[in-house]
Ligand binder design. Structure first.
Ligand code: CMX
Length: 448
């Protein structure tokens, strides 16, 4: 009854989108009519070989990254979101449900609108029995991220978009079916992730879904955590990891696969297999591994943790041909604001934590080491350099699970955009590729 009352008071997300979609479709048409033939820039041979860095060739509505300032979600920086989005507690962290409203509609929600998203996600939650059975049957040695992608794929037969397409849906209505899939996937992820967590590290018993809690607190609860500070951490975590414009691997993979009209389950699973790579989302697992190894080696060698010993350890890593995880970025050229807000969380809640002290020491030393090393274009920490220490503090110690948390969050950004891809009628992606021989033919062969 409580849920129904809250819904009646506020506009539902789908009703709001029904108003916004035609406006945005008209806007896209106007932009193309006025500016369609203008150039966004040139592409060099280095960029073709170099991971398409900085080539502006994709439209991504939900967020935009500035190399110096960091990410803005629909125009709002992270500190602004912390101030303006609805929260569960006074002076607490933003509710990810409010962020989802913002990402989808472009407007900050009222408390009632955020609550309507919370309620809608609760109503759509629940894993199919076949998914639970499949996860249970997997060996505990299967990496949690592999389980996560498999779990998402296993639910694809419930795709309302795929069914509507098979039934001959009109293109003009794609967005309605995509909305259904997007909300269903986001709603089911906390239980999927919690089931993987409880199966892999415990006895498989998952605490029951609690619809009286917000999305992040219920997620924490289903993993087996009941600590108000951990709930706040999850709210912050799910909010800040959600989106990082369109070119990163998980976002681009979701968008690319979706362009073939694969629905939200197939597209998001593709994004998650990309997030599972160590240069992308798996870096949060790698960071914790690097810090714990540092602790182990220092203990073995009888070293104390200080700037000199950390500097030496960082050089050992670099000299052995490995990267320092959590540092560097393809686009950012400053400390990631997602790192800074996690640091502020640590300063507020766990200033004396031993691992936090190490992370702070690393922050004071590694940028100088990487600058001296002279290779990386950005010596500053990214989002992954901090999250593990916060999770460890509250007892989430299994660091090969960390990327799954990233994945739950990332769904909000990449699936909001997938919704807009269909609403705006984005076509199948098909950039032009070249061979080395074709480049030599065009510009001249050179002696190797
Ligand atoms: N440690 C050591 N070397 C690094 C480095 C780091 N943290 N970051 C970059 N470099 C090296 C690159 O490996 C590259 O070396 P080569 O020329 O030998 O190939 C050189 O510096 C130039 O790289 P770049 O242009 O500065 O960075 P890229 O855009 O190629 O790569 C990234 C970006 C994030 C993959 C890279 O900085 C990296 O590997 N960082 C460590 C892993 C990490 O933290 N990833 C998480 C990123 C955030 C996320 O997606 O979740």
């Amino acid at each position: 009854m409580r849920v129904l009352a809250a819904r009646a008071m506020s506009t539902s997300l789908k009703d709001e989108l029904a108003k916004v979609v035609p406006t945005e479709q008209a806007r896209k048409k106007a932009i193309l009519d006025a500016h369609g033939s203008k150039t966004l820039g040139e592409v060099t041979v280095s960029q073709a070989y170099g991971g398409a860095r900085d080539i502006e060739c994709m439209v991504w509505e939900t967020s935009l990254l500035d190399a110096q300032e960091g990410i803005r979600f629909r125009g709002h920086s992270i500190p602004e979101l912390q101030e303006k989005l609805p929260r569960a507690t006074e002076n607490g962290e933003p509710l990810p449900e409010g962020l989802l409203w913002l990402l989808m509609t472009g407007e900050l929600p009222t408390d009632a609108q955020a609550k309507s998203v919370t309620d809608e996600l609760h109503e759509r939650a629940g894993l199919p029995e076949a998914t639970k059975a499949m996860l249970k049957a997997l060996p505990k040695t299967v990496h949690p991220m592999t389980q996560f992608s498999m779990g998402v794929l296993s639910m694809q037969s419930d795709s309302k978009f795929a069914k509507a397409y098979a039934d001959g849906a009109n293109k003009a209505r794609y967005w309605e079916y995509m909305y259904e899939d997007v909300m269903d996937v986001i709603a089911k992820l906390p239980e999927l992730a919690a089931t993987i967590y409880r199966n892999t590290y415990y006895d498989g018993a998952v605490p029951g879904h609690d619809a009286s809690l917000d999305y992040a607190a219920n997620f924490a609860h289903m993993m087996g955590f009941r600590h108000p500070e951990f709930d706040e951490l999850m709210r912050l975590y799910v909010t800040i990891h959600s989106d990082h414009e369109g070119g990163n691997v998980s976002a681009h993979a979701t968008h690319l696969v979706g362009s073939a009209l694969s629905g939200a389950y197939l597209s998001f699973a593709a994004g998650m297999t990309g997030l599972a790579g160590p240069l992308h989302g798996l870096a949060n697992q790698e960071v914790l591994g690097w810090i714990l190894e540092l602790q182990r080696v220092f203990k073995e060698r009888g070293l104390e943790v200080n700037h000199d010993t950390i500097r030496e350890y960082a050089w050992e890593t670099l000299n052995s041909g490995r990267v320092i995880p959590g540092y560097g970025h393809a686009v950012l050229r400053q400390t990631d604001p997602r790192y800074m807000c996690q640091r502020e969380f640590a300063q507020k809640y766990l200033p004396e934590d031993a691992l936090f002290q190490i992370v702070s020491n690393i922050f004071e030393v590694v940028p100088d080491v990487l600058t001296e090393h002279g290779k990386t274009k950005n010596p500053w920490p990214n989002v992954d350099a901090h999250s593990g220490v916060l999770l460890m503090h509250y007892g989430l110690t299994q660091h090969n699970f960390y990327t799954v948390l990233f994945g739950v969050s990332r769904a909000m950004g990449v699936l909001s955009q997938l919704f807009w891809d269909r609403a705006l009628g984005m076509p199948i992606e098909r950039p032009k590729s070249l061979t080395s021989a074709s480049i030599e033919e065009r510009f001249g062969a050179v002696k190797a």
